[in-house]
Ligand binder design. Structure first.
Ligand SMILES: CC(=O)SCCNC(=O)CCNC(=O)[C@H](O)C(C)(C)COP(=O)(O)OP(=O)(O)OC[C@H]1O[C@@H](n2cnc3c(N)ncnc32)[C@H](O)[C@@H]1OP(=O)(O)O
Length: 371
């Protein structure tokens, strides 16, 4: 049972523009979930596109609106897609690329003469939750699920973290090309910015599993060579597993990698709104720990450089986090008393903080990083 992804484009350009000074206020964060996803397309349709934005949209397969209505993820989980993408379809058509059966399938009889063709190209995309191969036919997915080698054999890659709860495996894009390509295609359904789906050999992928299971719950990719030395290119926690602190776990792990490499770094920019709020959550908690109970706790005053050295976070990211916590003024003076107040407020809300070693989700004793 084989499947080749659609023809991949050859340019591997990735954009890294500044996030700027945007800080999401707490009340905005709470509305994020409701306002995002399928309304997103309407907004971007109205927005006037520059020619280069058009070209980038084409390069990355971005469409204005979701064109696949649902994903059936494995035999039992079904949910809406968030964003539109043409990367699953043959060039310039609404035909799905090659499926798990290795046959080209016509998905929907599109009346090309329709004055307004349907926005939904495909009602349901059936995706294997172990290897991310896809089809438009439910029975084919059921049949595939019985024989999927990623389900029955050992998961791919080398273990880099193994706690009683979670395992993270490093998978080389150059070695598991099809698995990584299919994973990247799947990501396009939930991330509209320029997530990469070609040239997977330029990346390594860190895949998250529940320990003892072969079922991926999320992942992040990392450039093998990054001029900005980013420690993470793209992150996704699959929708059924979101809001369980798993994004935090992977983000935290990405810093463990860069600390092992001895670099001060951070994720590739720009961040999506979810990426931004996820990172602010991690940065703020780790900084608060270091200033309150960690290496910098004895200090009456601290500089951004010192925080960066101690946490491994970039200075711009630290500034964003401190602004989000409302603990820094326009002259970059840091107010330690405000940090204590922020921490107390978080604890009162029952939010997860760091443990006594300054980690949120990762337990250092289970790290098995090879760099
Ligand atoms: C560099 C880049 O790749 S940027 C692109 C980032 N990726 C995406 O946007 C893809 C789609 N989104 C996702 O996959 C996920 O939302 C991720 C990876 C960003 C976060 O993963 P999750 O496991 O859901 O986040 P996690 O449970 O760790 O949340 C941490 C905190 O972030 C905030 N947060 C996360 N999701 C949400 C949300 N939907 N609404 C409001 N706040 C949120 C909360 O403060 C949360 O802490 P809390 O639950 O204690 O309130």
């Amino acid at each position: 049972m084989t499947m080749d992804p659609p023809e991949f484009q050859t340019s591997a350009a990735t954009a890294a523009s500044a996030v700027g000074e945007t800080i999401l206020a707490d009340d905005k964060i709470l509305t994020l979930k409701r306002s995002k996803k399928r309304t997103q397309g309407k907004k971007s349709k109205k927005a006037k596109k520059t020619p280069s934005a058009e070209n980038e949209g084409q390069l990355y397969g971005i469409l204005d609106e979701p064109n696949i209505d649902y994903v059936q993820f494995g035999v039992s989980q079904r949910f809406h897609t968030w964003y539109g993408t043409n990367v699953y379809f043959e060039n310039g058509t609404r035909k799905l690329g090659i499926t798990v059966e290795g046959k080209k399938n016509r998905i929907k009889d599109v009346e090309e003469t329709d004055s307004e063709p349907s926005k939904v190209w495909l009602d349901t995309l059936f995706v294997c939750e172990y290897c991310f191969k896809y089809t438009d036919d439910e029975q084919k997915l059921v049949d595939h699920d019985r024989v999927c080698s990623y389900k029955s054999r050992c998961a791919p890659g080398r273990i880099q973290y193994k706690s009683p709860e979670y395992t993270i495996r490093k998978v080389k894009g150059s070695k598991h090309v099809l698995f990584c390509q299919c994973l990247c295609l799947f990501t396009k359904l939930f991330l509209d910015n320029k997530s990469m789906y070609f040239k997977v050999e330029n990346y390594e992928f860190f895949i998250l599993y529940k320990t003892g299971s072969n079922k991926p719950m999320g992942f992040f990719s990392k450039d093998l060579v990054s001029f900005q030395q980013n420690n993470l290119a793209c992150i996704l926690i699959f929708p059924p597993y979101q809001r369980r602190q798993l994004g935090t776990l992977l983000m935290e792990f990405s810093y463990k990698l860069s600390r092992a490499e001895g670099v001060i770094t951070g994720p590739e920019l720009p961040l999506s709104p979810f990426g931004l709020i996820g990172y602010l959550h991690l940065w703020a908690n780790v900084i608060a720990y270091q200033l309150e109970a960690g290496e910098l706790s004895e200090r009456a005053e601290v500089t951004l450089d010192e925080i960066s050295h101690c946490t491994g976070f970039r200075i711009n990211d630290i500034i964003m986090a401190l602004k989000y916590m409302q603990c820094i003024d326009s002259d970059y003076k840091i107010y330690l008393a405000h940090i204590r107040a922020w921490k107390k407020k978080q604890a009162d809300k029952g939010k997860l903080g760091t443990n006594t070693r300054g980690n949120m989700m990762i337990d250092d004793e289970y790290l098995l990083i090879d760099v």
